[in-house]
Design a protein around this ligand. Structure first.
Ligand SMILES: [Zn+2]
Length: 380
């Protein structure tokens, strides 16, 4: 497979309103709808562009979509996890995602814009969307989790234990076992966190079981050997400052705002699930049938949204035998997963085109055109 090398014109830097420098990379045709890809925490936009597999940007390009890969502040390719000031997912929802969408819109004009988000990226997206901060998206795909985060009981206990054990002087969790060092005080702790699993590679054991959470982050056999051997490159440190927010959401089984009293965050809803009626575009919820990280969170989200918000167009697709991150980085994901995403984008795009055509016809006929409900653009 030959891919054009990224040029400087494909990399776009932008600054958030709270002063962080983030970046976007575009891949694929300059016409047609655009797709913002939002990675999970502690990895980077690279999870969508692995050169060793037929990745999602390849599949989207072939289907006529332009990918926009965002590195938000939780990206391991940026310095903020290890050396930035503490942040929560409120900051991602309030600052990073709206700034990224505004930057893309400056470039694509009124072409439709979708968002495809993984894990914590999807949680943050749900908070921005229900705050009305991303109006006029054409559609949203959320992988693993969306409005109703839920983990297994054993994972919940382990996260609590790990954060107690680490104590207040440790600010983040390493992913690369080599960085922990062999004769370091923390070595024993990391050895404990990575004790599960059969793989001889300690970095693999550490991230495979979610930094000791005990829940697998991917199906080991689904990885390409090249991907497996560079896990230390793909994963970075995770700041512990995000854990209380995550714990609060998991206990509520709903995405909630962390900064309750700080006025700067009042644009975000206190509870995203309660504000779900503000979602103004179709939603596809995806999950692997073996997702151990968020278990059946997205099935639950589908049930709750269908019952409570019949006005929100939502569907749920489960990918048999897939876990969590392998839905994007798995060597067979192009065959097993990405087709579901492209089908959703195609159907939604066709719906938008039809509505625009009917709208135009009504204007030509001289009647009242009404309002096109799914035309893209920030004007909606
Ligand atoms: Zn392994």
């Amino acid at each position: 497979m030959t891919r054009p090398e990224p040029t400087s014109a494909d990399m776009i830097s932008f600054r958030t309103d709270d002063g962080l420098d983030l970046r976007l990379r575009k891949i694929g045709p300059d016409n047609g709808p655009a797709v913002l890809l939002i990675h999970g925490h502690g990895v980077s936009a690279e999870m969508f562009a692995l050169p060793e597999i037929r990745n999602i940007t390849d599949v989207l390009s072939d289907a006529g979509y332009q990918s926009w890969l965002l590195d938000w502040r939780g990206s391991c390719a940026l310095p903020y996890n290890e050396s930035g000031r503490p942040y929560t997912f409120d900051d991602v929802a309030l600052y990073d995602l709206p700034a990224a969408v505004a930057t893309i819109r400056e470039q694509i004009g009124d072409r439709p814009l979708f968002a495809v988000a993984h894990c914590i990226g999807a949680i943050s997206l749900s908070l921005s969307l229900t705050g009305g901060l991303l109006p006029g998206l054409a559609g949203v795909v959320a992988q693993g989790v969306f409005l109703t985060p839920k983990v297994s009981t054993s994972a919940r206990m382990r996260v609590l234990l790990a954060s107690e054990m680490l104590g207040s002087r440790v600010t983040h969790l390493e992913s690369d076992f080599r960085k922990v060092g062999l004769w370091n005080k923390r070595t024993l702790l990391y050895a404990a966190l990575s004790r599960k699993g059969d793989c001889p590679d300690p970095t693999c054991r550490l991230v495979h079981y979610g930094w000791g959470m005990g829940a697998k982050l991917f199906e080991h056999d689904h990885l390409h050997p090249v991907t497996h051997d560079r896990l230390a490159e793909l994963f970075g440190a995770v700041p512990l400052s995000v854990l209380p927010h995550l714990r609060q959401m998991e206990l509520a089984h709903a995405v909630v705002r962390w900064n309750v009293d700080d006025e700067r965050y009042h644009a975000l809803p206190a509870n995203a699930l309660d504000a779900a009626s503000r979602i103004d575009c179709p939603v596809l919820l995806l999950a692997g049938s073996r997702n151990e990280a968020w278990v059946d969170s997205n099935r639950l989200c589908h049930e709750v949204l269908s019952a409570r918000n019949p006005g929100v167009e939502v569907r749920y697709t489960e990918i048999p035998s897939y876990g969590h991150l392998d839905t994007f980085i798995g060597r067979g994901a192009a065959l097993d997963v990405f087709g579901h995403i492209v089908d959703f984008l195609d159907e939604t795009t066709a719906q938008i085109t039809n509505e625009s055509r009917e709208y135009a016809n009504r204007i030509v006929d001289g009647g009242n055109p009404g309002r096109p409900s799914a035309i893209s653009g920030a004007g909606r």
